[in-house]
Design a protein around this ligand. Sequence first.
Ligand SMILES: [Zn+2]
Length: 327
Amino acid sequence: MSGLLAGRTTMRFNPKADISGGNVRDAGGRRGGGAPMRFPVPGGAKAGGGIGGLLLVVLFLVLTQCVGGGQGGTGGAGSMFDTGTGQMPAGLEADGDRYADCRTGADANEDPDCARKAVVLSLEQFWARTLPEQGRTELAPAPVNTFTGGVQTACGQASSQVGPFYCPADQQIYLDTSFFADVLEGQLGGQGGDFVEPYVLAHEYGHHVQNLLGTMGRVRTQQGPRSDAVRLELQADCYAGMWTRAAEGTADDDGVAIFSEVDESDISEALDSAKAVGDDRIQQRSGGRVDPEGWTHGSSEQRQAWFRTGYEEGTLEACDTWATDAL
Ligand SMILES: [Zn+2]
């Protein structure tokens, strides 16, 4: 671990890369029609403690539902959100311009939205190459949708409160980008950094790969340190590690490298984020005792370990969290 470097900003995109192919779009959000559905942040976004009951609920939503319908198998739709209401958020409007000016790696170095677009392009390039290379299926790309307040998905209506998630029913990734500052670095005490969001996107993309490979259908047990749910989540962390290892080698359609540098401090930021979202850490921060029987995503140690396994080994095979009980 290179903890000394954590928090430093060194991830750099290649200014010459063409990132226009990045599959990200903005789904809009609530505008002008009342307050966004952001959850309250006690004491401000950087509050270190004092997690209230409401937030506790929110965190469980964030951390138990990020695979969406995986809870109920591959079918997905309807199992993660309250689909019964069927209401579109008032004032929902598309904001198609959010990424319009994101054209090059230079833009990505300047603008977090453009950085997201470049990362999504890199993830798509990596998995499009890796799945066939390792004898698996072709990649059907997963679009990434950003939103504010609320969004309608094939898994139902989602608010910001659920955190980043993958919806198996429409094979898309959704995130309200306020999650990173408000929750991951705020309530969960992550150190932050440029590579936090790429790690989370890579984790969600990992769920997409699991969906394509049929792995989500293996989930039977939902809680506990060796449950299928935990195996699924740790595998998504492992896949995130695989991409991180290979990110520097990903290129745009003309073969121009997307990143100019991904270094130890980026890895350190990813590991710190994995630590921050460990089930034991969340149980501690929410004032409860550590109870492995309640785990759905794995402990801080497990999440970091599996990210590292993916990073060091670089193969789907090494990420087979079902093949071992030494999780
Ligand atoms: Zn997940």
